[in-house]
Each structure stands twice: as C-alpha cells, then as structure tokens.
Design a protein around this ligand. Structure first.
Ligand code: X5A
Ligand code: ZN
Length: 657
C-alpha cells in the first residue's frame, strides 16, 4: 500500500525579489515561502512528511512547453543589472526579474517534476511542492503574472511522456485564471483543465474574453477546458463547495484521471489582497480531501499564488494535513451559494452538459444577464480566520475500531480490535426499545456498537466498523445510544443502503437526517430530513450512485453538518464494492471523520475493503457502468424537491425579478 506525503521545498527559492518600484508585483515576496514553511514546522507537519529534494529542471524539460528563444532570453537575465532587468521585464505583463530568478525557476520546475516522479513511482502517495516563481500564467514564449516557466503544465506534459498517462486532471484553484495552462491544453483531451477565477465580467486581470465559461476547448479537446468565472468578490466556502459538487467532481469522476495536479494558489482564500474572496483556510482541507479519492490518491499540489502571509501559510497547512489523512475540520455555515455564483454554475453546466453525462439533468438554459446580487458585499470581507491550535498537531491515533461478529479476518495492526470481553456492561446505556430487549443477539450487538461509539466519541479512534445481524436494529441502537449517552452529538446523518422500509417514525426535529438509497421504490414519507433515493438496478448502476453522491448526498450532508455519520449497508443489496469505498472515503470529510460503518451479512472482502477506506488507504476509481437516464431523473426529482430547504442543492438562479 502506497503511503506518505511528500513535501518539497528549498530555501534557495526565497533568494530572489523585486528590485525596483513596481506596485503590481510588490506582493510577490520571498516570505511567502519562508513563512509558510515555518508554519508547517510550528504545526509539526514537516516531520510528518517525506522530504524530497529539489533539483534543477533540464533544458529538455523546459522545452516541453517553451520555445528555445524564450529559454535563451530568460537565461540572459542572470547577468543583468537592475536597469536591464527592468527593461527586460517591460516586454511582458506583470512580471519582474532578478539575477537569480532563472535559477529559481529551474528549481521550481524541478521540484514539481520531482513531486510527479515520487507520486508516479509510488514512493509517496501524494505531496506538495512549495515553489517560487509560480507557473500558471506562463506561456509558450512569454513570462506573465509573476510566472516564468509553467510548472504545472510542464508537469502534465512530463507525466504524459514519462509515464504514458492518458488522462490528467489539473485543478487550478488559484484566484487568477491560468490562461497559460489553458493555452497549452486547449485542443488536448488528455488533460482536463479546470480553473475558477475572479473575473468580474472581464474587469479583473488578465481581462481576457477567453477566461469566460464559454471557452470549453477546441477540436478533440472540446469539453476539456472548464472556466468558472467569479463575477463578484466575497465568494465563500458555500460557493466554492457548490462548484465542486455541481461542476468539478461530476466531471472529474466521469473523466477518471490517472493523476491529479493542483495549481494550488491560495489567493482564493480570505484576506488575500488580490482575490478579495472569503473562503476560510479549512475550506482548502475539504477541497483537497474531495480530490483525494480520484486517481487512486495520486495527487500533487504545486504552489501558485497567495499573498496574505497568514492566510497562505494556514491554507498550506490545511492542505498538507488533508494529504496526511488527518480528520478534516468542520465547516460551519454552509448555505446556498450566492446568486452570482449560481449564475456562473448554471452557465458552466449549460455549456458543458453536451460533453459530460454527469452534468445532464433537466435542460439547462443559459443565464445571460448579470444578476442583481444583494447578498454579496462589494467591500472586502473581514471574516476572522479560525485556525487550529497553533503549535500542536498530534499524530492521529489508531484510526479505525472494528467490532465483528464471528467474522474471521486478519485486521491490519493499524486497527483497534474491539475485545468483546472488555466491553463494559449494559448499565452504561439502557436500551429502551422493548422489541430488542432481552434478546441475546441484540445485547451482543448493543455492546459491540456501544463500545465502538465510545471509542469514537472519546477520540480514541476516528471511525469504526461493525458487522451487525440486523441493520435497522443497529441504526436504532446507535440513535438510542447517542440520545442517552452522547449529548454532544446533536446531528446524526444516516446513509442507509437497503430496501427495507425504515420503521421508526421520523420526527423532523433535525437530530437525524436519513438518506436511503434503495433499488425498490419505497412508499415512506418524504421530508426535509428523510430523503429516499430510488435507483433502479438495471444492469450496473454504479454511476447512478456516484451521481446521487455529488448532486444530492454530499451537498445536503455538508449543509447539515453532522456530528456523526453512519452508513448502513446491506450486502445483499448488491452494492458495488468500488462505489462503497468511494462513499466511505468521501463521507469522511464530514463530522471530522467520525464515521461508523454498519454492515449486514458481509462478505469478507467487503469488510476488508471498507476497513482500508476507513484507514484512509488509496481507493480504486469507479470505471464500469453507464449513467442511466432513469437514475438521473430520480436524483433530479429529489434535488428539485429539496432545493428550497437545502439551498446548496441549487444549480440555477431561481429568483426572478
Ligand atoms: C500566480 C499569481 C498573479 C499575478 C497578478 C498580476 N499571479 N496582476 O497569482
Ligand atoms: Zn493567483
């Protein structure tokens, strides 16, 4: 099993800076790297990562993307004085030079390629390269926007060449459009380029018409370039997550990349003077986590922008912690995206639905006018950054507790096996349901579940697994335990995959959100907190489950913000193993990873796979099956029904004025 997170950094890349008065470039300072690296040290993250040395990129590697003339021109800056550097810079837009920048640019690219090598050869699972100069504005024969060589674009070309990759996803979450990267791959269907960026209807730099949503790629590459313009500042976590759920993740899962590269600029985070957006550093842990289930976990983040030193360094720490598999923090206040964000989402989905089955729902029309958005403040938003305890970041303990009924499987030693003899007696919690009381099996079940949950709530473990004789009984037992013994748990999300009618009358008090996926149409009552999803099981409907996951389950779950997530799986329901692993992985983004998996009548291989997902091991992509129209319709029906109550389900502007 591949493990470990690479951290690539070298102080040498702090050794260039702006030497003359040039206000547009003054924010790109060496401290961006040094302060970020210090914060990683303070949080104890450096020692938890695998340090990989940088190297200089070779000329051949630079020439994968750039012209020989351009390379020769950049070389000449090594021997220039300040006046010459200034004159040289004037032929490009918003970029400065220094005698040492060529050296640093070679190291930045070399660091990026070292990272790709380490991940592709499975020396590490994932990793981050902290580099200067950044890359995503750089073009074939032009430096641009603080960028000299296009690190990430060359990384993609290099990975295609060296590892024969056929599908690479580039996620550019920097707040500027990586127009340079877009130009390199516009007609290339093997690289899916996604970028969101501050746009303000072309009023924001680089002010290009081709940064708008209508640029989707050309020729064979049509559909493989995705631009999400932000036409207002002040975008928040909800806006970012909505774009992930309703645009990026469906496309990414349909694309099924073999490698994910992140153009990781953090000028899209709160307090950044360039971006003026409001996403908190913790949001980046979630963005990272949501991408980690792709490409068997092969994911490389490469620093681009980020100009508020405090915000930048905390965002980087959150990204690294997510890579390491630490529990991702609660995101509070997830709500509807603002109207301006919704308008962009609607437009992107409209232009891309012909290319991506996962975006096809009901016909989407284009929204041309600029909506009037009274929610977003035009002024700079000053929300406080919530940072985790600054200098203590303990290694997570045993991650998974397992209680099994008579199942004989070998548990990895990273698991905590529940020793049934040591389970405290039933006085810890009294089980009130009379139908269960007194039955030997039930008592056994209660003890098992009680024990696993105690370990989770006491943070002895992050998550747990129990094989149970009856799912519905087990769910009841969990709920009963939480109400009697765990009063800090006020919201429980249960995802039930099975065809039995859920018997307990649901009180819509919000303590329980029940999402049930069944292959039979169930008659039960639908409400805000009871969401039945009927997925007809003709052929293999794994894609239908994925679709439901992105367009319905994850958005609602994030908005609900549970304290505990419970999955209940009946193996007879014939659920696909790969999809189950995806579900188990993605749901760990909620409730700070407190996830309890209940499995009925399991096959050993199911248990083993689920344990691996719970432990955070890389998981296989879902490759088979097609997305059936009927599944789309069923999910879409529920989405439409629920979108007023769960605003993050919206994909279109609904307000008419
Ligand atoms: C990498 C990056 C921004 C350039 C802004 C120029 N560049 N106005 O964030
Ligand atoms: Zn940027």
């Amino acid at each position: 099993m591949v493990s470990g997170t690479a951290l690539i950094y070298d102080e040498e890349m702090t050794r260039y800076r702006l030497l003359w008065d040039y206000p547009v470039c003054s924010i790109e300072v060496p401290e961006r790297l040094s302060v970020s690296y210090s914060e990683l040290q303070i949080q104890g993250l450096v020692e938890r990562c695998i340090s990989v040395p940088v190297r200089e990129a070779t000329e051949e590697e630079i020439l994968l993307a750039h012209s020989q003339d351009f390379l020769e021109a950049i070389k000449t800056t090594q021997n220039m004085d300040v006046e010459q550097l200034k004159a040289f810079a004037s032929q490009f837009q918003d970029v400065y030079f220094h005698q040492n920048i060529y050296h640093c640019a070679k190291l930045a690219l070399g660091a990026t390629l070292q990272l790709v090598d380490a991940v592709m050869t499975k020396k590490v699972r994932n990793g981050i390269a902290l580099v200067r100069p950044p890359g995503h504005h750089s073009q074939h024969s032009a430096a641009n926007g603080f960028c000299i060589f296009n690190n990430v674009a060359i990384a993609a070309l290099y990975a295609k060449k060296m590892f024969d990759l056929k599908r690479i996803l580039i996620v550019d979450w920097d707040i500027h459009h990586g127009q340079g990267t877009q130009y390199f791959f516009e007609d290339d269907p093997s690289v899916l380029y996604f970028s969101w960026h501050r746009y303000e209807n072309q009023e924001f730099w680089p002010n290009l018409p081709e940064s708008d949503y209508s640029t989707v790629g050309k020729g064979k590459g049509a559909g493989f370039n995705v631009n999400v313009p932000w036409n207002k500042i002040g975008m928040q976590n909800s806006d970012y997550l909505s774009v992930f759920f309703h645009i990026l993740l469906p496309m990414a899962y349909e694309f099924n990349p073999e490698l994910v590269l992140i153009s990781a600029g953090f000028d899209s985070a709160i307090n950044d003077p360039e971006g003026k957006m409001c996403a908190t550093p913790a949001c980046f842990a979630h963005l990272t986590h949501l991408l980690m289930s792709l490409a068997e976990g092969k994911i490389c983040a490469v620093l681009e922008g980020g100009y508020d030193l405090h915000s930048l360094s905390h965002c980087i720490c959150h990204t690294v912690k997510a890579f390491l598999g630490d529990p991702v923090p609660h995101l509070l206040n997830i709500s509807s995206p603002c109207d301006s964000a919704l308008e962009s989402i609607q437009n992107v989905r409209a232009v891309h639905q012909q290319h991506w089955a996962f975006l096809r729902s009901l016909p989407i029309s284009m929204k041309h006018q600029n909506v009037n958005d009274d929610k977003k403040l035009e002024q700079f938003c000053n929300e406080e950054i919530h940072t985790s305890s600054p200098n203590y970041c303990p290694l997570p303990p045993k991650r998974t507790a397992v209680a099994l009924l008579g199942e004989k499987i070998e548990l990895p030693d990273r698991c905590l096996k529940i020793n049934l003899d040591s389970v405290p007696s039933d006085e810890i919690w009294s089980f009130k349901d009379s139908t269960v009381e007194g039955q030997k099996d039930s008592l056994h079940l209660q003890k098992n579940l009680c024990s696993v949950m105690m370990k989770i709530f006491q943070k002895e473990v992050q998550n747990g697994l129990a094989a149970v004789p009856c799912l519905l009984e087990a769910i009841k037992a969990v709920l009963s335990f939480c109400t009697t013994c765990a009063n800090s748990v006020s919201r429980i999300l249960v995802l039930y995959l099975g065809d039995k009618d859920y018997p307990v009358s649901l009180e819509d008090d919000g303590n329980l959100l029940l999402i049930q996926m069944s292959t039979k149409k169930l008659k039960g009552r639908e409400s805000k907190y009871h969401i039945p999803i009927f997925l007809p099981k003709e052929g293999n409907n794994v894609k239908g489950v994925l679709h439901a996951l992105f367009s319905l389950i994850l958005p609602v779950a994030y908005m609900y913000n549970p304290d505990l997530v419970v999955t209940a799986l009946s193996c007879q329901s014939g659920v696909d193993k790969k999809i189950l692993n995806q579900l188990t992985s993605l749901l760990q983004g909620l409730a700070e990873g407190q996830l309890l998996c209940l499995i009925h009548d399991p096959e050993v291989s199911f248990l083993e796979d689920t344990i691996c997902s719970l432990l955070g091991d890389p998981i296989l992509p879902v490759t088979d099956g097609v997305l059936q129209g009927e599944a789309i319709q069923e999910v879409e029906q529920q989405r439409q029904r629920l979108q007023e109550q769960w605003g993050i389900l919206k994909t279109q502007v609904t307000r008419t004025e």
